[in-house]
Design a protein around this ligand. Structure first.
Ligand code: CA
Length: 681
């Protein structure tokens, strides 16, 4: 099923990139300045062409990479065999001084495994494919969150972002002062730790854990004999680069030959964005190749473990920001030099089948260099002396994306994904201002939808979500067939459902707390401290949230009881359940009216939106008009979100909404909601 998608001179293109004089900070030819504010997905089929998407193919490794500068696979393999034969006793000894590896970590922005070595026939990625032939390829590697700051907050803390309350993109949340970030532990172990250059942590206080973090940060600046840990972030595959630069009309793959995923309508804009994105992936691959060549030329390759991964999936619409594979599954390649080949679970070029996720990375670094693993780190080391028993699944989460609220949790194992939508009343795709601004494909998809030219699959992205999703990935790589109600798979679905609940409870997930309540509930401590305390009844809350989002009117008695609960988070979920039931929550109307005077703004906000369905829009809007002026930014933002959906539901005229928001002095990202609402005709 390989497709004849290469129309030009791809090898010459790739080779030229190798010899481009790339110097730090790896100056890239960009259509516009890189904007780290980001988000993202793609789609359709061509009649005469097979509709199998790239990621459904079996990967084929290059027999010989085009980069002769890279160490030949044979040498690595022989080294591996020799070392394995000799290593036995050494493998159990603690690592010492010069025995410690350097670590070079190359991360690229917003890309799913669009690599030849991951089986994508539309990809042209010779350098990373060569690296894959020398290293380990992880088939089931996941960013725990499908967006930059949340994924990176997980990495830098070694904890699930939802445990710490740093899951909302973007935010600044305090974490316990004693929780050191992983570069601080590397430095304590004697490493020179650098970051070139994106940080994007949702942590208050502007933490500075690195020896150097800038576009000049480089391992070459380390002390004599000092081991290093160096991150290089490649932005060429970022969603801001999806659109072809002005004037670009030719692409390695002609847009009309691109195979689209079935969830995207077939439009010229979407085809152009895909064609351009594959070109950007090839540029990114060249930059990764330059970093690898630089390591080789410095004589450091034999002493350095190389990691390569995407920072989350994407970058086209329904990729980034999306909990499915298209947003969370990433390529992960790890090359272990012969000195550390004994840590490899498979031979070079092989696949590793154990699921891993970002929370596991920091503890794996510690395990590889022989540093102690702090107790509060939540990952499992998957390489090195402290390698843990493999995971059978990963835990995934999505919270607020810039100016739009949503709460989604999922678990994924090798075969299946179970998703719980805790905001099923909101669509998967909202009016995110950033991707709508930078991606013609996003605008094009939405325009096709609003014009009624999308099929059922393509329309689903813009509609409210089911409460639960369950997919078997074999034969359904795009996760389009929701099998949640299929009795044939009930046992598997139930098993994953239980794992998700267990993960939420074990981590005391803070994402069930409305963001606007964080400061008040945390008080002078942190929201993590609050959530870890008995004041946070996580089991009651998740059970209620499951009822509230079920769309089952039979849950109304439990929801009404919750409206009278002394705990604000319980009242919030009770009111949210009434909102999701729409007119069916009429018996709770009087109590919802009373909640317009609740002590917590987030409770008032959901009660107000629910009352739109009960003929009480005037009272609801009067309440919201006060909250949008709140100095507490996240309360105001939640109210602005609600105003949009009251307008969409026909419960608030847009002119009235606009009069409520026109003169507000708002800051990022609430000002995006304001601009959007004022732009509605
Ligand atoms: Ca990113």
């Amino acid at each position: 099923m390989m497709l004849p998608v290469f129309d030009g001179t791809p090898h010459a293109f790739g080779s030229l990139l190798i010899f481009c004089p790339i110097t730090p900070p790896l100056g890239m030819s960009r259509p516009r300045p890189f904007n780290p504010m980001s988000f993202d997905d793609v789609s359709s089929d061509l009649a005469p062409r097979p509709t199998v998407h790239p990621l459904a193919h079996d990967p084929v490794l290059p027999a010989a990479g085009p980069s002769s500068k890279l160490r030949p696979r044979r040498r690595w393999f022989h080294g591996f065999v020799e070392i394995v034969a000799a290593i036995g006793a050494l493998a159990t000894e603690p690592l010492r001084g010069a025995d410690r590896p350097n670590i070079l970590w190359i991360t690229s922005e917003d890309n799913s495994p669009y690599l030849g070595s991951y089986g994508d026939p539309q990809a042209q990625t010779p350098h990373l494919d060569a690296l894959a032939s020398q290293g380990l390829r992880y088939r089931y590697a996941f960013a725990n969150a499908p967006v930059c700051s949340t994924a990176r907050s997980t990495l830098i803390t070694g904890m699930y972002a939802t445990s710490l309350g740093v899951h909302n993109h973007r935010s600044r949340v305090r974490i316990p002062a004693e929780f050191k970030l992983y570069p601080e532990h590397l430095r304590a172990a004697g490493y020179y730790a650098t970051n070139n250059a994106k940080t994007d942590y949702n942590i208050a206080g502007n933490p500075q854990p690195w020896n150097a973090s800038s576009n000049q940060a480089h391992y070459r600046n380390r002390g004599p004999g000092q081991p290093f840990f160096a991150v290089f972030n490649l932005g060429s595959s970022h969603e801001s680069q999806v659109a072809p630069k002005s004037g670009k009309t030719t692409f390695r793959i002609a847009p009309e030959k691109i195979v689209l995923p079935p969830y995207h309508p077939d439009t010229p804009e979407i085809r152009r964005d895909w064609a351009n994105y594959y070109d950007q992936m090839t540029i990114m691959d060249g930059e990764a190749g330059a970093l690898l060549a630089e390591l080789e030329q410095a004589g450091l390759a034999d002493d350095t473990i190389v990691f390569y991964c995407g920072d989350h999936g994407g970058a086209l619409p329904r990729g980034k920001r999306n909990i499915h594979d298209s947003g969370t599954r990433v390529p992960l390649i790890i090359r272990l030099p012969p000195k550390w080949a004994h840590f490899a679970p498979v031979k070079p070029g092989g696949w590793v089948e154990d699921p891993v996720s970002f929370v596991d990375f920091p503890v794996t670094f510690f395990s590889l260099i022989g540093a102690p693993i702090p107790e509060h780190y939540e990952g499992k080391a998957f390489l090195g002396e402290k390698k843990a028993a493999p995971r059978d699944h990963v835990f995934l989460y999505r919270g607020r994306m810039d100016e739009r609220y949503d709460t989604v949790r999922a678990v994924r194992d090798r075969e299946a994904r179970y998703v719980r939508n805790y905001s099923p009343h909101r669509p998967w795709g909202q009016q995110y201002s950033y991707p709508f601004e930078v991606q013609p494909s996003m605008r094009s998809w939405y325009a096709e939808f609003t014009a009624g030219r999308t099929n059922e699959i393509q329309s689903a992205y813009w509609k409210p979500k089911p409460a639960e999703e369950f997919y078997l990935l074999a034969g359904d790589p795009h996760e389009l067939r929701n099998l949640v109600a299929d009795p044939q798979h009930a046992a598997k679905r139930t098993a994953l459902q239980r794992k998700l609940r267990a993960d939420i409870i074990a981590t005391r997930d803070t994402g069930f707390i409305p963001e606007g309540m964080f400061p008040r509930l945390a008080g002078d401590k942190t929201i993590y401290d609050y959530a870890q305390s008995s004041a946070y009844p996580i089991e009651r809350i998740v059970d209620l949230a499951d009822r509230a989002t079920s769309r089952d009117a039979g849950q109304l008695p439990a929801l009404r009881t919750a409206l009278d609960d002394p705990h604000p988070v319980i009242r919030y979920w009770g009111a949210l359940g009434c909102l999701i039931l729409q007119e069916k929550s009429a018996p709770a109307k009087d109590r919802l009216v009373a909640l317009l005077r609740d002590d917590y703004a987030d409770v008032r906000i959901v009660a107000a939106e629910a009352l739109g369905y009960h003929g009480e829009s005037n009272a609801a809007l009067a309440t919201l008009a006060e909250i949008v002026k709140s100095p507490q930014a996240h309360e105001a933002l939640a109210a602005l979100n609600t105003l949009e959906y009251m307008w969409r539901a026909g419960h608030a005229p847009i002119t009235r909404v606009q009069s409520m928001v026109r003169d507000l002095k708002l800051v990022e990202p609430a000002d995006r909601m304001q601009r959007y609402l004022l732009s509605v005709k």
